[in-house]
Design a protein around this ligand. Structure first.
Ligand code: IPM
Ligand code: MG
Length: 357
């Protein structure tokens, strides 16, 4: 029996609704296994802009730093689209990743047998897919300097810098190998080493770290080919490790194998500090308050928290089993609805999963 402090940052759009469902699941786990989860709410994104004028208040970072884990909904709303980029809600997401040094983003794409027909791809292509995408999260073009828009020679130029140090590459690549060791021992490193210097260094470091993991079957793939292979034959992949921007793109692509963006959780880990858990989907402001969105990605993110931050494997499993059982019993939110299934709203789906726990 233990006590865990969780910083809860619901954010914008449908963030609060899906987080509410995740908290129901955590409470159910607490009751069943005798743990106490202490939820401390914090502001992030547009709601923080409205209340205190900045998307990522210092108090939120402090709250996160003195917690055992951070649980985030989503940030962003059309109404902030006209703001200066430095205070847009998305800035908060990048800011908290950087502040907490969350360099490793784990995005599992797992196809539930019950949902194999929801994908736009054929059942036999996606059935049995179980991929872990590991995306570098605090480097590359997202953060590289110099960057900006300037006037040069009578016209504007825009630029970003995809830059990585050897040590940044090494720690994410090592994470890739470590995760592969706990899975099917296959690692695919995705780069663009035929064109980019930064990718050539990436590959050099991958080959060096690989010597420490002789049991892992390593392959390299250019990112354009990887994008194609993910659609052509996704079952060839076990763990994919890649840099920030490539990982952003490939993880959205991989989510469609599973049938819905609403199914994919994520964990963002640091070297030894607090970790953050969030669905990979955004804030979907058009759906806000309508009780229509799928909370499963957020609920499964809570399972990842139990596993990676608290080492509670059986507890994590109890959430995953409940999700599976609810799907087996035919309950579906709109995004994964099909003939003969029972349509439920966000909150009913949350209640159902919590009660199965
Ligand atoms: C993601 C999102 C973010 C990203 C945006 C909202 C800043 O797309 O988490 O994948 O690009 O990292
Ligand atoms: Mg993205």
């Amino acid at each position: 029996m233990s006590n865990f402090k969780i910083a809860v940052l619901p954010g914008d759009g449908i963030g609060p609704e899906v987080i509410e469902q995740g908290l129901k699941a955590l409470k159910a786990v607490g009751n069943k296994f005798g743990h106490t989860f202490e939820f401390n709410m914090g502001l992030i994104g547009g709601v923080a802009i409205d209340k205190v004028g900045v998307p990522l208040p210092d108090e939120t970072i402090q709250l996160a730093q003195c917690s055992d884990a951070v649980y985030l909904g989503a940030v962003g709303d059309w109404k902030y689209d006209k703001l200066d980029p430095s205070i847009r809600p998305e800035k908060a997401l990048l800011g908290i990743r950087k502040a907490l040094k969350l360099f490793a983003n784990l995005r599992p794409a797992f196809v539930y047998e019950e949902l194999a027909d929801c994908s736009t791809l054929k059942r036999d292509v996606v059935e049995g897919v179980d991929i872990m995408i590991i995306r570098e999260l605090t480097g590359g073009a997202y953060f590289g300097e110099p960057k900006g828009i300037e006037n040069r020679n009578g016209e504007k130029i825009g630029f970003n810098n995809m830059i990585y140090t050897e040590s940044e590459i090494e720690r994410i690549v090592r994470k890739g190998f470590e995760v592969a060791m706990k899975r099917r021992k296959k690692l695919c490193s995705v780069d663009k080493a035929n064109v980019l210097d930064v990718s050539r260094l990436w590959r050099e470091v991958v080959l060096r770290v690989a010597k420490e993991f002789p049991e892992v079957e390593l392959s390299h793939m250019y990112v354009d080919n990887a994008a194609m292979q993910l659609i052509r034959n996704p079952k060839q992949f076990d763990v994919i490790v890649t840099e920030n921007l490539f990982g952003d793109i490939l993880s959205d692509e991989a989510s469609m194998l599973t049938g819905s963006l609403g199914m994919l959780p994520s964990a963002s880990l640091s070297e030894n500090g607090v970790a953050m858990y969030e669905p990979i989907h955004g804030s979907a402001p058009d759906f806000k308050g309508q009780n229509r969105l799928n909370p499963i990605a957020t609920i499964l993110s809570a399972a990842m928290m139990l596993k990676y931050s608290f080492n509670l494997d059986a507890e994590a499993q109890s959430i995953e089993n409940s999700v599976r059982q609810v799907l087996k019993d035919g309950y579906r939110t709109e995004d994964i609805m099909s003939d003969g299934m029972k349509l439920v709203g966000t909150s009913e789906m949350g209640d159902m999963i919590a009660s199965y726990i």
